[in-house]
Design a binder for this molecule. Structure first.
Ligand code: FES
Length: 103
């Protein structure tokens, strides 16, 4: 799996499953940390800052910073707390009116 990502797996991932992110399909390793898998796949941003619209992405990878928030099944979740599973549909978090996230 060759990507434009600066992140690489130590070993070639196996058991890839289809995950949709922001309308695009990625083949990601089943059971992998979703935030890490998206970064490795070349996804550079999972949300935008509600004030500045600046792109944001996973930072702490341990559930503390909330920078990796995405929407799955209508709920705001931290991508670093989710495992990749087949058929996952993930949406980028979009601020409403430039001030806050929709609930
Ligand atoms: S990367 Fe910090 S909460 Fe997910």
């Amino acid at each position: 799996m060759k990507t434009a990502s600066p992140f690489e797996y130590l070993a070639q991932p196996t058991n890839l499953v289809a995950v949709r992110f922001d309308g695009q399909t990625y083949q990601l390793p089943k059971g992998e940390n979703l935030a890490a898998a998206l970064l490795a796949a070349g996804v550079r941003s999972t949300r935008e800052n509600p004030g500045s619209n600046a792109p944001r992405a996973a930072f702490c990878m341990m559930g503390a910073c909330y920078e990796c928030r995405v929407r799955i099944d209508g709920a705001s979740v931290q991508a670093c707390m989710i495992q990749v599973r087949d058929g996952l549909v993930v949406e980028k978090m979009q601020p409403i009116g430039g001030q806050s996230y929709e609930r």
